[in-house]
Design a protein around this ligand. Structure first.
Ligand code: GDP
Ligand code: IMO
Ligand code: MG
Length: 429
């Protein structure tokens, strides 16, 4: 049972961190394959709460080897801070491996992220401001800095010069900012080298070897399907492939290796930042979900936009990723609602769409068509078997499962590690 991919089904913050943690005891490697410190995963273990950004959340499981693969963009200062904070709390981070091909986020990427957002005005994406987009842009433009470049000062200087030349023109002439010197960037990056050296390796080789040896490798996606740069709500997306395919290109394993694709989906929907969101609520139901689900960003603290479950999005996710199992999270948050609407299709200017429309304009105009399900009032946070749930909650899960394109194998009923109902083994078909 070798490679398992775990991704977000909606617009992020579905509870991927907790789902990864659920598999923790059974996996040998956990791999972050996309994104960077734009991600924010909260994992609650007993009375301890951990917020992870750049490191894969599987790092919290004892004995697991964490890997930051080539598809990730790395802010090295954030990496060190996160490692230090975890070490101070007794987490063993000594096995961490980082790909020599991963790209580096520098000061100029963070600066450009913030100024370009400001200049977009009304068309802002609402990025996390961590330099993610500009770093991936440099990668695609072939002027990026990779981890391996840090070990050759000569090469590093040449690459930083090449990257900064046009950026300084832009910063000074268009954005009215000060120029950034090659020296300040190179000196900062070189100061990281000694600490990084033992961690930076050929992670693709390591992962393929691990799979050959029958080890269990979990590929943990940051962001989510609807934020994927190809398959999400472009341009209101992140700049990487956060879908299952990204696990392959972002880590250097072949597609034939992947056995299971687990999508984490919330029992309702949230989104941070701008962009279309058909089931978004602007009334007291939306407030209810925000308060009951504590929907505030782990990374930026921004209040998350909230709305009902969107079944066409779940089906879309199922298709794009080849989902084998869903983990449905935060079912407990719906407790106390009289009825629970689920979006089953869209109305776009009088036309019915049963699936997510491929035209961006149509999706922007999509109005949800709802089916209503009876709610429940019983506290479900102690449920550990499906049959412990009140009938209405069971019916809701079964109805949602039928509409979503794959089985729901686990159900989250609270933030804690053990607040979960397991219906099917996530590692077995
Ligand atoms: P991620 O980015 O997908 O890892 O998700 P986040 O950590 O950003 O957001 C999910 C939040 O929901 C975290 O605060 C989790 O502790 C919490 N959470 C996860 N699963 C459940 C659940 O089943 N019920 C409740 N009430 N909270 C959950
Ligand atoms: P996790 O892994 C929710 C959103 C930002 C913005 C857009 C682009 O915790 O689910 P970026 O900084 O990536 O260029 O911002 O993507 N975004 C997320 N939203 N959860 C995340 O990660 C996100 N990472 C990025 O809010 O709308
Ligand atoms: Mg998050």
């Amino acid at each position: 049972m070798p490679a398992i991919v775990l991704i977000g089904a909606q617009w992020g913050d579905e509870g991927k961190g907790k789902a990864t943690d659920l598999l923790g005891d059974r996996i040998d490697y956990v791999v972050k394959f996309n994104g960077g410190n734009n991600a924010g995963h909260t994992v609650v273990i007993g009375d301890q709460k951990y917020a992870l950004h750049l490191l894969p959340s599987g790092i919290l499981s004892e004995g697991v080897t964490p890997v930051i693969a080539n598809g990730v963009v790395i802010d090295i200062e954030v990496l060190f801070d996160e490692l230090d904070a975890l070490t101070a709390r007794g987490v063993d981070v000594s096995r961490l491996k980082i790909s020599a091909n991963a790209h580096v986020i520098t000061h100029y990427h963070r600066t450009l992220d913030r100024v370009t957002e400001r200049f977009l005005g009304k068309r802002q994406i609402g990025t996390t401001g961590r330099g993610i987009g500009p770093t991936y842009a440099d990668k695609i433009n072939r002027v990026g800095i990779r981890m391996q470049d840090l070990f050759d000062e000569n090469i590093l200087r040449q690459k930083v010069e090449a990257a900064l030349y046009s950026k300084n023109h832009m910063l000074v002439k268009i954005y009215n900012r000060r120029a950034i010197t090659v020296d300040e960037i190179v000196d900062t990056l070189l100061s990281y080298v000694e600490r990084l050296r033992p961690m930076v390796v050929d992670t693709s080789l390591d992962l393929n070897t691990a799979l050959d040896e029958g080890k269990i490798v979990l590929f943990e996606g940051g962001q989510a399907t609807m934020l994927d740069v190809d398959h999400g709500t472009y341009p209101f997306v992140t700049s990487s492939n956060s879908t299952a395919g990204g696990a392959v290109t972002g880590s250097g394993i072949g597609p034939t290796r992947v056995d299971r694709v687990i999508a984490v989906v919330k029992a309702y929907t949230t989104r941070v930042g701008a962009g279309p969101f058909p089931t978004e609520l602007h009334d007291e139901s939306g407030e209810f979900l925000r308060a009951a689900g504590f929907e505030f960003g782990t990374t930026t603290g921004r209040p998350r936009r909230t709305g009902w479950y969107d079944a066409p999005i779940a089906r879309y996710t199922s298709r794009i990723n080849g989902v084998t199992d869903f983990v449905l999270t935060k079912l407990d948050v719906l407790t106390g609602l009289e009825t629970i609407p689920v979006c089953v299709a869209y109305d776009v200017d009088g036309r019915r769409f049963d699936e997510v429309p491929s035209s961006q304009s149509d999706f922007h105009h999509a109005k949800p068509i709802y089916e209503e399900f009876p709610g429940w009032t019983e506290d479900i946070t102690g449920a550990r078997e499906f049959s412990d749930l009140p009938q209405a909650a069971q019916d809701y899960v079964l109805a949602v499962e039928k509409m979503s394109g794959a089985r729901i194998s686990a159900i989250g009923v609270g933030p804690g590690r053990d607040a979960i109902i397991q219906r099917h083994d996530l590692l077995e078909s």
